[in-house]
Write a protein that binds this ligand. Structure first.
Ligand code: AMP
Length: 195
């Protein structure tokens, strides 16, 4: 495992715990020799994460859609900044560059990235670990929704276990490093080439 992609709010949130968690996660990833891929912005928890990785001398790679988020210009000192043509390309590149994914607290953008990457795992497009840092129980309502969907028959219990949930940063990162993908039946069917 070389790099982890972190999804995180473009806002800092209302509790100091959220910023502290972004800092702690950045420090832990650098301490474990892992590079960080993220959305490229300098605002909110994303900015806290990037600043801390840079302070600690770690690798941080931003992936930004060209022309978007101009007002929150990306960090000038990132290890690398990839500019891509669309939000879709961005997610694909963030995924290609990373060996695992962690979500910090955030809003719609973070939920979208988390659920898309989990959907890709569910259909077997990748077998990389997906972690949720459940800071101050921020993700409890989301986890309750996932449990509800599972009880109601919309999410297989094997798929709901794709999310590694931890409140503790070092346990989450250790869990990501030692992760082996569960064996489950993929819904993804390779079609024969068209004639
Ligand atoms: P949100 O949780 O709605 O604040 O969105 C945060 C996620 O969406 C991040 O993980 C980014 O990949 C992306 N994103 C949203 N706003 C920005 C921004 N201003 N700069 C860069 N990426 C952003």
């Amino acid at each position: 495992m070389q790099r982890i992609c972190v999804f995180a709010g473009s806002n800092p949130g209302n509790r100091p715990e959220y910023r502290e968690a972004a800092r702690a996660l950045a420090k832990e990833l650098v301490a474990c020799g892992l590079g960080v891929v993220y959305g490229g912005g300098s605002v909110g928890l994303m900015g806290v994460l990037a600043d801390t990785v840079l302070e600690c001398g770690g690798e941080i790679i931003g992936v930004l859609p060209r022309g978007l988020f101009r007002q929150e210009v990306a960090h000038t000192y990132l290890t690398a900044l990839h500019e891509v043509g669309s939000m879709h390309e961005r997610k694909a590149l963030m995924s290609d560059l990373s060996d695992g994914f962690i979500a910090l607290p955030g809003g719609f953008g973070t939920f979208d990235e988390l659920f898309e990457i989990t959907t890709w795992a569910q259909i077997g497009l990748h077998h990389k670990p997906i972690g949720l840092l459940n800071v101050a129980h921020y993700f409890d309502p989301l986890l309750a929704l996932v449990e509800h969907a599972s009880v109601e028959g919309f999410i297989a219990s094997s798929h709901s276990r794709l999310l590694l949930v931890q409140e503790n940063v070092s346990e989450l990162v250790a869990g990501m490093i030692s992760y082996t993908s569960p064996a489950y039946e993929s819904k993804w069917v390779e079609l024969p080439p068209e004639r």
